[in-house]
Design a protein around this ligand. Sequence first.
Ligand code: TRP
Length: 338
Amino acid sequence: MGNEKAKKRILTGDRPTGPLHLGHYVGSLQNRVRLQHQYDTFIIVADVQTLSTNFDHPENLSADVRQVTLDNLSVGLDPDSAKVFVQSMVPQIAELTVFFSMFITVNRLKHNPTIKTEAGQYGFEDNMTYGFLGYPVSQAADILFCRADLVPVGEDQLPVVEVSRFTARRFNELYAPVFPEPQSLSGDTARLVGLDGQAKMSKSIGNCIYLSDSPEDIRTKVMSAVTDPARIHRDDPGHPEICTIFSYQQAFNRDESPDIEERCRAGTIGCVACKKRMVQVIEELLGPIRERRARFEKPGVVDEILLAGTEEARKEGGRTMEMVRGAMHIDYFHPGGQ
Ligand code: TRP
């Protein structure tokens, strides 16, 4: 069981909390687009997971679900092959979450590094909801409802995917081998530094370049980004290893970056010239993304894509639940799925 699929499967996705940024692009989106035809690809718009922190703002979801879908389409995800769907509209994910929660311990969740870091960020340490603590279990259900094999995610999500791997193993051991053990896959750039030099681009800090930013936004943001504070004059020797813009050169301008590094250290390229080049590089990346977005922005297009993707996801969820109920001996009235 579990291995009868014609192609291996990808499941990944995003919380609809606002526009996606370049950190998402290097962490996961790039891999999704690269692998979408090699794998049978499911992309989840994780609206229920958004409620784990935003339960008091459900009114934003309707727009954000569409926004995050557009972001995925704009980077080149092909809706004729990838299935983009809404988490809350696939009831099998909620069912699986309940079954998995019976055998995942609270301790495993409490000690999860991602949960600990995020709890700190949101100030939840001493008072966390059941749903927030349990979001890795619900994410295991997101991944396993379609028996996925591969999960492209940013580095910060690796411990959460580890819970899915454990869940698959434990389920298979306890009941019957239904699930593949999903592998995670991170982008070449482990984590993209924020424009302010902080460890990571994050919407809540407001240090991001968004995929939907205009050319003017890009210019303003890059030109005012934090660089090496030791460089006051153009010919001061620089320290590219601590420079935000240099880390972007490495992520987005790989071919030129060794030369820029040398010239920065020698003080023969100034920060302004280096930033101007970065503005061009990012515009070359985001220009075509902006154009593709405009094509999908026509009324009704995104909704149609989501409805079709959700339909497919529900079908696949139905197949999985049949196997799950069989394995757990809770198929009382239709044993064997007849
Ligand atoms: N937790 C992920 C994030 O915050 C979003 C997500 C939800 C996800 N379900 C998933 C990612 C399943 C990969 C697989 O970015």
